[in-house]
Write a protein that binds this ligand. Structure first.
Ligand code: ZN
Length: 446
């Protein structure tokens, strides 16, 4: 009982302490769920969006920030393996049949598995997690999945699978091996509005093992609402139809798929069948450094098709409202609306053939373009000029992102901890024992 109370206090206390004292009014071009508006305002107070629009009342004590940028919901990453993102990019020289093939390779063990395990064994998992969260935030992410779920400091990003206030989200890598007991528990979670995100049919489109997994999933009774399938490269058109009929979602990771298997899922079938689809990077060794880069990758992939499958608006939905829907949070996250949690991204306006287009900006930005990231109503990252208006200078640490200075604040975590530079140093030194270097936060221009 004592322990329960203790954890309750730990969970609840930071919420009260963390609330921003003054309202924040962000002014710029705003991407709303169905349109964009110029010169609009997003008013934020006490963790929530209080109002959005062109003609809203701004309280006298509000901090007014003229962003001159595009204001959109923070990106939601439903598929990542965070601690692996400290490791440099791995460029396999061959294509694999399925995930089971590359995991057997000595090169995978040498470059990724051994150093990862050694750093975990050395007690550095919280530092690995911290580095990966910062990496995600520099890519516009405000909510993510794939944390370690162990007692590190409260995450700087919103850790969806480790936040009991947001409903139960199960995240499984190899769920088909789950015991009957685990299956029973999973079904109970799904029956109480929880969700399950699972890797499935990860391999080349013709790989039999990968294709078999969908049949196993059905046989185990898991083709049901609340479930979303990750990867699905080997899924056929009929499988996507079955998914749509069962209200099962899909999480697409094109870059990692193409790097490992030379192909990606049948996105056309997913979209035609109206399966709710989200996009996510998987991990940075074979996927993108983060969601902004994955959006760029997806637009390039889409542009190379004979008939493009989506426009910039739909692609942005795949990183905002669609992932929110898949974890049953579409009434709290994934859009800029009154009453929603204040997770906000601001990007520098970019022009598409000399035409300013906010949706094009959202899907073609690089980490240098991130002007501001607010999580739970608090500014955590952005350009120094904007961050200094919202956070005390003593709480800001400087980061270099592809030659552009950015500022980060860990003040919202409400815990004294080492600087980010020290975290980087600790991880670099530990990796040196394996002749590995720490992956940069961003592979600039790659
Ligand atoms: Zn994965």
């Amino acid at each position: 009982m004592f322990h329960q109370l203790y954890y309750f206090v730990l969970l609840i206390l930071p919420i009260f302490i963390r609330a921003q004292e003054k309202p924040i009014a962000l002014i710029g071009t705003i991407i709303l769920p169905d349109k964009s508006i110029d010169n609009g305002t997003v008013l934020i107070f006490d963790r929530y969006i209080k109002a959005v629009g062109t003609n809203i009342f701004i309280p006298n004590d509000a901090i007014i920030v003229h962003t001159n940028g595009v204001i959109l919901p923070g990106l939601i990453d439903l598929h990542n393996h965070l601690t692996w993102n400290i490791l440099p990019r791995w460029k396999p020289v061959e294509e694999f049949g399925s995930r089971y093939d590359w995991q057997k390779k000595a090169i995978y063990r040498t470059l990724l598995q051994s150093p990862h395990k050694a750093l975990i064994d050395a007690g550095l998992s919280c530092e690995m997690q911290r580095y990966a969260e910062v990496k995600a935030i520099t890519q516009g992410v405000t909510s993510l999945i794939g944390s370690l779920r162990q007692p590190c400091n409260r995450g700087l990003a919103r850790n969806l699978d480790d936040d009991s206030t947001l409903g139960k989200i199960l995240y499984d890598v190899f769920p088909l091996l789950m015991t009957d007991m685990k299956l029973k528990e999973t079904n109970e979670v799904l029956s109480s509005n929880g969700t399950l995100l699972i890797h499935l049919a990860e391999g080349s489109p013709n790989d039999a093992t990968a294709a078999m997994e969908f049949l196993t999933l059905k046989a185990r009774g898991l083709l049901r609402p609340g479930v979303s399938l990750i990867h699905g490269v080997a899924l056929k058109q009929n499988d996507f139809r079955d998914m749509a009929n069962a209200s099962v979602g899909f999480i697409w990771s094109p870059r990692s798929n193409l790097a490992l298997y030379g192909d990606t899922a049948n996105l056309e079938a997913a979209l035609e069948s109206r399966v709710i689809t989200a996009i996510a990077p998987d991990w940075s060794p074979t996927g993108s450094d983060g969601l902004l880069s994955e959006l760029n990758y997806a637009t390039t992939w889409n542009g190379g098709l004979e008939h493009s499958l989506f426009d910039d608006h739909l692609l942005l939905d795949m990183a905002t409202i669609n992932p929110a829907k898949l974890v049953h949070l579409e009434k709290r996250l994934g859009a800029l609306k009154e009453g929603y949690l204040a997770d906000v991204l601001v990007l520098q306006f970019n022009s598409d053939h000399n035409k300013f287009n906010p949706y094009w900006t959202a899907t073609h930005s690089t980490p240098e373009d991130v002007l501001l990231v607010l999580i739970d109503g608090e500014a955590v990252y952005g350009n120094p000029q904007l961050m200094t208006q919202l956070v005390e200078s003593k709480n800001l640490e400087s980061l270099d992102i592809c030659g552009v200075e950015k500022s980060i604040s860990f003040a919202s975590q409400n815990a004294s901890q080492t600087s980010f530079r020290q975290t980087e140093k600790l991880l670099s030194n530990a990796l040196r024992h394996f002749s590995r270097t720490l992956a940069p936060l961003s592979y600039c221009g790659k």
